[in-house]
Design a protein around this ligand. Structure first.
Ligand code: ASP
Length: 332
């Protein structure tokens, strides 16, 4: 019997499972077409790294990610993590919304074994496809004791990121994933896995997965905005609004007036920054009227929206308690 670590690969689709009729284009292809068995067969060296078992949890382009699939994926991770001899779990995913799934898993999972998300920027049929190496690296990390207890990780382009921090920051580069404020946790170079530091631990207790997803949307602040979108969201029953604020969390006065009305109507309003990096100050230094809106710290609007959706889905009353909401967001 092999002594290699047992690693489970849960596939959800994405460009890593994409194919094209021509290897010459990495833009014209169909995502989520190649089954996980074929992805593993394409990298024969994997058999020397781990004992692999694979499950096709879904086959979607991650632009179409849904709450239902999040719940299914989470349940499959829990199932496999509960088996005593599983060393780690790899999730293959599309890059487009990987940062959102990563955030959700970071907040809701508490498993000791490494859960490693990986993906590819180029389809499996491309010249210099990045998927095979990313898959190999992710499996190496999932099988490595250094990754134990480090929470949910993201491995692409030889870098190891915390799921809390990783975001997609380029349309096409194989180095599209970065952790803008924190930097990567470590790297993979051939068979060498180095985890250089621990990630932020996240909330002391895992957050509950709500039974349904609340209506939580993102509105951006920019020159000459209208209040139309905020008013429409309130009228449409939104439970939360994340403002992609300018700079260090500042919001146009027109939008602040609409958001104050939204908050009075019971909608939770949270400020994130549209800049892509840095921590949004508490309280905002420009709009005193927006001081009542909690900040999402260094979470970008998409990650902040996932956090707010989870909180409001499980605890709707938080919408009326900006201080409690602020504490929960800063504990992420
Ligand atoms: N649209 C693809 C997806 O997110 C892009 C990718 O995986 O790179 O599924």
């Amino acid at each position: 019997m092999s002594t290699l670590p047992r690693v489970i690969v849960l596939a959800t689709g994405g460009t890593i499972a994409g194919s094209a009729s021509s290897a010459a284009s990495s833009a014209r292809y169909q995502a989520a077409t190649v089954p996980v068995s074929a992805l593993l067969q394409a990298v024969p060296v994997l058999g020397a790294v781990a004992r692999l078992e694979a499950e096709q949890v879904a086959q979607v382009d991650s632009k179409d990610m849904s709450f239902g699939l999040w719940k299914r994926l989470s349940a499959r991770i829990d199932h496999w993590a509960a088996q005593p001899d599983v060393a780690g779990i790899v999730v293959t995913h599309g890059t487009d919304t990987l940062e959102e799934t990563a955030m959700l898993l970071h907040l809701t999972l508490r498993v000791e074994v490494p859960v490693v998300l990986t993906a590819a920027m180029r389809p499996s049929t491309a010249l210099s496809a990045d998927g095979p190496a990313n898959l190999l690296d992710a499996i190496r990390v999932a099988a490595d004791p250094q990754a134990h207890g480090k929470g949910v990780l993201v491995v692409l382009n030889q870098e190891i990121h915390s799921a809390r921090d990783a975001v997609k920051a380029h349309t096409a580069s194989v180095g599209a994933f970065v952790s803008p404020s924190a930097g990567p946790l470590g790297f993979v170079q051939d068979a060498t896995v180095r985890v250089l530091r621990a990630p932020l631990p996240g909330p002391a207790e895992p957050w509950a997965m709500p039974s349904s997803w609340p209506l939580v949307e993102i509105v951006a602040s920019y020159a000459e905005p209208s209040r139309l979108m905020v008013d429409a969201l309130v009228a449409g029953g939104a439970r939360g609004i994340v403002v992609a604020a300018a700079g260090n969390g500042s919001v146009h006065d027109t939008l602040v007036a609409a958001l104050v009305d939204a908050a009075e109507a019971g909608v939770a309003v949270v400020r994130s920054s549209r800049t892509g990096a840095g921590h949004v100050a508490v309280p905002p230094y420009i709009n005193p009227a927006a001081a009542a809106f909690p900040t999402a710290g260094d979470l970008n609007p998409y990650k902040a929206r996932v956090a707010l959706g989870l909180l409001l889905g499980a605890e709707p009353d938080l919408a009326a308690d900006a201080m409690a909401l602020q504490q929960r967001l800063l504990a992420i």
